[in-house]
Design a protein around this ligand. Structure first.
Ligand code: 5GP
Ligand code: ZN
Length: 136
């Protein structure tokens, strides 16, 4: 189902042109308009889900299988040295378009990007406390 005024619904449906690199009945994969590296792409489900929490389980399963195939093809054909998968949920996490999308980011030696910047050190006690909170 499409959502009104959702730009990625329109792109996924082909109503707004994009540089498509893959399409099937469930997904369209496109080149990102603001690439962080050469070949930065997005997998868009054709049915609207705002984020991971709204994504149906069958779509969630299929998107990872597609990321594996397409990621391998991109790495090979772009002669990339690595690949990051990135998926933002919520403004605090950097999500700017509220239609689920999975970033495929080819990586090159010395490309200058820092996908997971600013790590902190944690003690075993701190990790144990967070472990308890998450398990619930
Ligand atoms: P987010 O920050 O929500 O995870 O990622 C949104 C991504 O979509 C950004 O990397 C941005 O460059 C890209 N983007 C936003 N609007 C468009 C568009 O109209 N076309 C394409 N191809 N990419 C877009
Ligand atoms: Zn949408």
């Amino acid at each position: 189902m499409k959502a009104d005024n959702c730009i990625f619904c329109k792109i996924a449906a082909g109503e707004i042109p994009s540089k498509t690199i893959y399409e099937d009945e469930d997904f369209r994969a496109i080149l990102d308009l603001g690439p962080v590296t050469k070949g930065h792409a997005l997998i868009l489900p054709k049915s609207h889900a705002a984020n991971l929490f709204e994504l149906p389980e069958d779509v969630a399963s299929k998107v990872m299988v597609l990321a594996k195939k397409l990621g391998a093809q991109m790495k090979e054909n772009l002669k990339a040295d690595g690949l990051n998968l990135l998926q933002n949920n919520g403004e605090a996490a950097g999500q700017t378009v509220l239609h689920f999308h999975l970033h495929l980011i080819p990586r090159y030696e010395n490309d200058g990007q820092h996908i997971m910047g600013n790590p902190k050190e944690a003690t075993q006690e701190e990790l144990a406390e967070i472990q308890k909170i998450i398990i619930g």
